[in-house]
Design a protein around this ligand. Structure first.
Ligand code: SF4
Length: 394
């Protein structure tokens, strides 16, 4: 197998992980298409809707034009296309130095659009918490790299009380409300900016950045809002910490072990699949449900949250539905599982488990060819503890 590269991107890997909370998704998102084939992944692995991306770009452009009108946006244009372009890291630093000087002078808040944040060696040392050989290039089969990073806006404003310029991260989002995954993404940008500013100021003999990075608040500029809204980074720092401390090393280590064993099937077996509502927005839904159906996996139970799946995993519950049903016959197991809200509801009314067990003998192809054949004449009830949205499309 050729060397596999895993590329960690704050948007497509970290942000999207918090939208899906799925190990398998995180694995798929960081593997380049050539490597994906070598690992035996089916297409497609990448997610995303082109229409949503275009709508996001339109919202971003609208905001950028508004800030240009207010004379508060620092930006650059692509010479060929005339559209907005990205600053590279060196340009980002020099624009930040200029912007901070201007803000200090006239106290007017300014925004740097489409900056690039280089990931510093110290950040990698502090946050890549797995074997160094996996990211310094010395491990033969795998290298983990960090992708280039582009927060939408870096804002410079004056803190009157402390009489200093503060740099904050502002990300523009098409979503109308703040979402946890967007907050985590901003939290990561804040960390990256902090490391970059420190490295620059430690090395620069003059033209230092006379500003502090705001490590208390991050900002999102959601669709239709007149201005950005702040949120406390205290809310999301533990999530980001958990991601780098636990989730990401776990996935990378599973990948490493499978590469060492040169065993693609082993990787499929050990990597977790968290089926839940959000899977319907994931392009891997077909290949994931196909595999789980063949295994008769409990994760296919309707209305089972990812947290409930995680909880069962922590209790070492079997993945196969028949073994699972046998196990909950033991009162102590049933009681331990019921401590979780989702499981408690399912165990109280066992019909979901029974329906699932009845359906297991049918393969995915049976269902595709002949429709879902229930052994008993049951149907799903509408869940009474969830909000339901029905979207009718043309
Ligand atoms: S469909 Fe669901 S389980 Fe499969 S990769 Fe996507 S989020 Fe994970």
């Amino acid at each position: 197998m050729d060397k596999i590269t895993y590329k960690l991107s704050p948007s497509s890997c970290v942000e999207q992980y918090f939208s899906h909370l799925c190990e398998r998704f995180l694995l798929y998102q960081g593997i380049k298409s050539g490597s994906a084939k070598a690992l035996g992944f089916e297409n497609p692995q990448g997610t995303g809707s082109e229409i949503a991306a275009l709508a996001g770009e339109a919202w971003e452009e609208k905001l950028a034009r508004k800030l240009i009108k207010d004379d508060s946006l620092i930006y650059t244009l692509d010479k060929k296309t005339g559209g907005f372009a990205k600053f590279n890291t060196e340009e980002t630093i020099s624009k930040l130095v200029e912007m901070v000087e201007s803000v200090k002078g006239d106290k007017k808040t300014r925004y740097l659009y489409q900056a690039s944040l280089k990931v510093t060696d110290n950040f990698i040392k502090d946050y890549f918490r797995f074997d160094k050989s996996l990211y310094d290039g010395t491990f033969e089969g795998l290298q983990v790299v960090f992708s280039r990073t582009h927060p939408d806006l870096i804002r410079a404003s004056v803190d009157e009380e402390k009489n200093q310029v503060v740099l904050s991260i502002v990300d523009m989002k098409l979503a109308k409300k703040m979402k946890v995954e967007h907050k985590v993404q901003v939290t990561l940008y804040v960390k990256l900016l902090g490391y970059l500013v420190k490295e620059y100021n430690d090395e620069a003999s003059n033209n230092k950045l006379q500003a502090v990075v705001d490590t208390s608040y991050g900002y999102l500029w959601n669709y239709g809002q007149e201005q950005e809204t702040g949120f406390s980074l205290q809310e999301t720092e533990p999530l980001l910490e958990d991601f780098f401390q636990d989730v990401f090393p776990r996935v990378i280590n599973k990948l490493k072990v499978a590469i060492e064993a040169d065993d693609k099937e082993q990787l499929q077996q050990v990597i977790d699949t968290q089926i839940m509502g959000n899977c319907e927005w994931c392009e891997n839904y077909g290949q994931c449900t196909k595999r789980l159906k063949t295994e008769g996996n409990v994760a296919l139970l309707p209305y089972l949250s990812s947290y409930a799946q995680e909880y069962a995993k922590r209790l070492n519950m079997p993945k196969g539905i028949s073994e699972f049903v046998e196990e909950i016959e033991r009162p102590e197991i049933s009681e331990a599982l019921s401590a979780n809200r989702s499981w408690s509801r399912i165990l109280k009314d066992k019909s979901l488990l029974e329906i699932h067990q009845d359906a297991v003998p049918y393969t995915y192809d049976d269902m595709k060819n002949a429709g879902y054949k229930w052994k008993g004449m049951r149907s799903f009830v509408m869940p009474n503890w969830q909000n339901i949205a029905i979207i009718i499309t043309a």
